[in-house]
Design a protein around this ligand. Structure first.
Ligand SMILES: C[S@@+](CC[C@H](N)C(=O)[O-])C[C@H]1O[C@@H](n2cnc3c(N)ncnc32)[C@H](O)[C@@H]1O
Length: 282
């Protein structure tokens, strides 16, 4: 007996669900996209935008011939690490590091960039397809330290809003990527402040602890403060690295907002402006 149209649809859905649930088989191909090196003038601009220093640890995701970490080590003495899915490029990058005399500072491994921990990086650089860059946003925000920087060549980490971007023309790029246009984007990883906090406001504002609720997204952070039964939507929430600024409408005297400025360190946010205040995880 032939299955009904409904039955066929259900069978197709089951087959699709099974396919989606399959883990990537060992040795399965990852669509790595093309290898297109960043011309050296762009590497220089990326390192400048990322304000690379000697104490940085830079990870290049999709490191190609290793030029970004190698240049950072040569120019600034920064330590570096790079991963690429293509073994021949990893081999070339390690050889290039040795030739440049920085093999003690820079290392390359064959690895999927999505399986590379970013926890230790103070800077991450990227020149990847736009779809990959966008998929990396939650991983970067979850793993990188507050204040760490990300520099992306040509593709923004949407929907995360960049701190700065620079654009210029690079004639060297035309033969390899068909355009002279270059845009570099800089991001600073914000402290992870989303969730509930017990808020001790300056005593002149409230004697009893209040509740601070923050919802953090790549596009920004919103929130509210609850004092007793009064819920006040925050006017401004700015989190840049570990610096936190919260504006609570109407509590600043004379109908003005109370603007709290402080720093987030793990499970504590505290500051002294405009008077000592502190938020802790309940
Ligand atoms: C456009 S090239 C950039 C190379 C280098 N970062 C530069 O700017 O000169 C992108 C590199 O990312 C690598 N790649 C793409 N997807 C990857 C993945 N999932 N894991 C590791 N490497 C990947 C490619 O093999 C390629 O070498």
């Amino acid at each position: 007996m032939r299955p009904s149209a409904d039955g066929r649809l259900r069978a197709r859905r089951r087959a699709l669900a099974a396919l989606l649930a399959l883990p990537l088989a060992a040795g399965a191909q990852i669509d790595a996209g093309p290898y297109v090196p960043s011309p050296s003038v762009i590497v220089d601009e990326m390192l400048k935008l990322g304000a690379i220093r000697g104490d940085d640890y830079l990870i290049d995701l999709g490191s190609g011939d290793g030029r970004i970490p190698i240049t950072a080590a040569q120019r600034f003495g920064a330590r570096g690490f790079g991963v690429d899915i293509k073994p021949e490029l990893v081999k070339l990058a390690n050889e290039n590091a040795a030739r440049a005399g920085v093999a003690d500072k820079v290392r390359f491994e064959r690895r999927d960039l999505f399986e590379t921990s970013l926890a230790e990086a103070s800077v991450v650089t990227l020149y990847l397809l736009p779809g990959i860059v966008t998929k990396l946003v939650p991983k970067i925000l979850a793993e990188m330290k507050p204040g760490a920087r990300v520099v992306s060549h040509d593709y923004p980490l949407a929907p995360w809003k960049e701190d700065r971007f620079v654009q210029f023309d690079t004639p060297e790029k035309e033969p390899i990527s068909g355009t002279t246009r270059t845009v570099l984007y800089l991001y600073t990883v914000p402290a992870r402040v989303g969730g509930e906090w017990r808020l001790e406001l300056p005593p002149s504002v409230a004697q009893q602890p209040a509740r601070l609720t923050l919802a953090q997204h790549p596009m920004g952070t919103r929130g509210s403060v609850t004092i007793g039964k009064r819920v006040i939507a925050l006017g401004e929430v700015k989190v840049s690295g570990d610096a936190v600024r919260l504006a609570i409408p109407g509590l600043g005297g004379g109908g003005k907002p109370l603007v709290l400025e402080g720093r987030a360190r793990g499970d504590v946010i505290e500051g002294t402006a405009p008077a000592p205040w502190r938020a802790t995880r309940p």
